[in-house]
Design a protein around this ligand. Structure first.
Ligand SMILES: [Fe+2]
Length: 228
């Protein structure tokens, strides 16, 4: 992705969230220079992978296949192993109208995907057979506490206020219909470097970046190259 497009998407996304009455945490406003100067002080923020995350899933067409994410909190893998402590994570996301987040699953993370406002969020769900997305197999998911059996290929539509709980092995892809959707994710500890398995091997979690202008904010995937 071009850095100029990422900068524009960040500005548009922040305005969209504010229009829904949601304000991102203070570290969202730090410039790359400020992050560099306060590198030691913000080690917990960068270490947990909190912050901006704009991706085209490596396919080069953000409007068609992409997602806007901001990780607001994230726990510790060590705590998860011990079964107590900060076991949770939270993200604010924007799924644009007709913009696909491609079919994937998680092995460790359980996540609630919540429609906080805007259009309708549509999920396509499949079961797992021997680690592979099984397009002949459905699944059963909890939607705001009510169990729903999903046939293979059946679409699950979430209107504002509705959510679904996805457990490890639930294959899921999603997009917005009727308008952009402000999406929240509440989950167990999140490791985006290791815990995303895509059905299409050409898909990657993060984008390559073409530096055609200076970044307004660093992405989570920039922390390594820019701050180390
Ligand atoms: Fe997911």
């Amino acid at each position: 992705m071009k850095r100029s497009d990422i900068n524009r998407i960040i500005r548009e996304g922040e305005a969209f969230m504010r229009s829904h009455g949601y304000v991102l945490p203070p570290f969202s406003r730090m410039s790359p220079v400020e992050m560099t100067e306060r590198r030691q002080e913000i080690a917990n923020i960068t270490g947990a992978g909190l912050g901006w995350d704009i991706t085209d899933f490596g396919l080069g067409d953000f409007e068609k296949t992409g997602l806007f994410l901001f990780t607001t909190r994230n726990g510790r893998i060590e705590d998860l192993k011990q079964g107590r402590g900060m076991l949770y994570a939270e993200k604010a996301m924007i799924s644009r109208k007709d913009q696909l987040t491609p079919m994937h699953k998680h092995v460790f993370k359980t996540e609630d995907i919540i429609n906080r406002g805007g259009g309708t969020l549509v999920l396509e769900l499949f079961g797992d057979t021997d680690g592979i997305c099984d397009r002949d197999k459905g699944t059963t998911v909890a939607c705001d506490g009510i169990l729903r059996t999903i046939a293979p290929g059946e679409k699950l539509s979430l209107v504002p206020g509705e959510s679904v709980t996805l457990v490890p092995g639930d294959w899921h892809g999603f997009w917005a219909e009727g308008g952009d959707v402000f999406v929240a994710e509440v989950s167990t500890v999140n490791d985006d470097n290791t815990d995303n398995y895509f059905e299409n091997p050409a898909v990657s979690r993060f984008s390559g970046i073409e530096e055609d202008e200076a970044p307004v904010h660093l992405l989570v995937s920039d922390y390594g190259p820019w701050l180390r």
